[in-house]
Design a protein. Structure first.
Length: 304
């Protein structure tokens, strides 16, 4: 089987299994994290999945907050744009999964706190790309998607903001050049929904966020790159879905609790967000911090 046929086959298999899998919401949560890591690499601010989990779980500020002072943008802004790109309307599973994440981490508040300037710089470019990229394509496939991506990227240009003048303390007026950054990462945030517009998937798959750092001008070259990256992402996605489904099957046998206990729910959520702190557990489960400590201890004792 050639690579193109294998890509379409595995992409359809993953998309189909997610329609009925009991682990779909957990899979979406895990893939949002992996997609965010890919986006950070595209933006030139590489992070690890563990550092992202530490932020979501309340154990640390956004990744690179202390050492990434010269980064093109904050991880808080990038993660916010990635979640803003999602469209969960009409998909109750995706909506529930996103609601759980935003119970742990309010991306809107975090972006305003840590990255207000980035929102001003990149917000208009993000909105423009969203309008241009997500319109349905006349013919499905990777080549049509590649042509759309190249066109939208060319229209966006490299400038995410406008120049401005400032008055110095001694009365001089200086012109500040506009900030100029590549905008491929903006396309990456929208790529999962662009796959839907291109007729390649039924629902946005967050793991499909990979693009070349420097977008080729030849649509055939970009289509080949998209196919290769999609194949890698789908193989990873299928393996992760199988892992989560196996882990779910073990929860009822491992936890000896009453039907009213929230321990099985926490054990389930920890498959997506491991090492949660007590305040985060209390918010997720709607219980007191003291209750969260007890449930956390019970789950830890039953799953080790």
């Amino acid at each position: 089987m050639d690579a193109e046929k294998e890509t379409y086959l595995l992409l359809g298999r993953l998309d189909g299994r997610l329609q009925t899998s009991p682990a779909t919401d957990l899979w979406l949560a895990r893939m949002r994290l992996k997609g965010a890591v890919l986006l950070a690499e595209l933006a030139g601010v590489p992070i690890t999945e563990d550092s992202l989990l530490a932020w979501i779980g309340g154990r640390s500020p956004p990744p690179r907050r202390s050492e990434g002072l010269n980064d093109p943008l904050s991880i808080a802004a990038l993660f916010h744009f990635a979640l803003q790109a999602e469209d969960t309307s009409g998909d109750p599973v995706a909506e529930a999964s996103l609601r759980v994440l935003r119970t742990l981490l309010d991306d809107r508040a975090e972006a305003t706190l840590y990255a207000a300037q980035d929102l001003a710089w990149f917000g208009p470019a993000f909105a423009e790309a969203k309008r241009s990229l997500l319109a349905p394509l006349p013919c499905p496939g990777f080549l049509a998607l590649a042509e759309r991506l190249i066109g939208v990227h060319r229209d966006l240009g490299l400038h995410a903001g406008a120049g401005r003048s400032v008055l110095t303390a001694d009365g001089r007026r200086l012109d500040i050049d506009p900030r100029s950054f590549d905008t491929v990462w903006i396309l990456g945030t929208l790529l999962p929904r662009a796959y839907v517009a291109a007729g390649l998937t039924l629902r946005p798959l967050p793991c499909l966020a990979g693009l070349p750092r420097f977008l080729p001008e030849d649509p055939h070259a970009l289509a080949d790159a998209l196919r290769a990256r999609t194949l890698d992402a789908v193989r990873l996605g299928l393996a992760e879905l199988e892992r989560l489904e196996r882990a779910l099957l073990r929860i009822p046998a491992d936890l000896k609790v009453t039907k009213r206990s929230k321990a099985p729910l926490l054990a389930r959520l920890q498959l997506a967000y491991p090492d949660l702190r007590v305040p985060a557990i209390a918010r997720l489960l709607g219980i007191s911090p003291q209750g969260a400590v007890k449930v956390q201890a019970l789950v830890a004792a039953s799953t080790t």
